[in-house]
Write a protein that binds this ligand. Structure first.
Ligand SMILES: [Zn+2]
Length: 223
């Protein structure tokens, strides 16, 4: 069995255009959100990118996983242990309150992480999966669910690599990491649709990040 993980980060207004595409194909998305940045706007290629107001988006994410991405999207390696605990712990609490469910997955903001940060996040009760901002070409499962790496972070790259993943008889896991505004700015919603179709038609199992620990655990018992 091959598995597919999809991370969509930052909680921008364009999530509402991505989610219907996922739902049409039965693809499970994990949306890593920052609860301290409602309505925040920044500029990318001269165009505004707007954060959504999470309290108004509870229904939108109901078929998908909500993950923690820190309160305000800082560079976590530059913060003290206490400050990391605050950024991550408060975001987790906020998201659990807003969405009325447990939040067990974390993704690092920016291309910025180290083992100290991972240890600090693991020390917060309830996290079972951590996505690291690092590319990894092997298509193999991570050594543990606190070190999940990225297969592709660009839709064109994902479309090129996915057939290679299918051909590789030892391939286990394909992790695609993106932002909804990538599709808006690149006008690549059709490409996302194509990837979702490929995943579905190939029989690759789409799972949430929160499901990965159980998959790894069950494989461990089979060995
Ligand atoms: Zn981010």
């Amino acid at each position: 069995m091959k598995y597919f993980l999809l991370s969509i980060e930052d909680g921008t207004i364009y999530d509402e255009k991505v989610i219907p595409i996922l739902d049409r194909h039965g693809i499970k998305g994990t949306f890593f959100l920052n609860s301290g940045l409602d309505d925040f706007v920044w500029y990318k290629e001269g165009r505004p990118v707007r954060r959504a107001r999470l309290e108004e988006r509870v229904a939108l994410y109901q078929n998908h996983e909500v993950g923690c991405h820190s309160l305000t999207h800082p560079h976590l390696t530059e913060l003290s242990d206490d400050h990391i605990g605050y950024e991550v712990g408060v975001d987790k609490e906020n998201l659990e309150r807003i969405f009325a469910r447990s939040v067990t997955s974390f993704s690092f903001p920016f291309d910025d992480y180290d083992e100290r940060c991972i240890a600090r996040i693991k020390a917060i009760e309830g996290f079972t999966a951590i996505l690291l901002p690092e590319l990894e070409a092997s298509f193999r499962f991570p050594k543990d669910p606190y070190h999940i790496k990225i297969t592709a972070m660009d839709i064109h790259n994902a479309l090129t690599k996915f057939p290679v993943f299918l051909e590789d008889k030892d391939a286990e896991l394909f992790t695609f990491v993106c932002h909804a505004y990538d599709f808006e700015f690149g006008d690549t919603y059709a490409e996302l649709e194509k990837l979702c179709t490929m995943v579905k038609n190939s029989g690759t199992k789409s799972i949430f990040f929160r499901d990965l620990p159980e998959v790894l655990e069950s494989l461990h018992h089979q060995k």
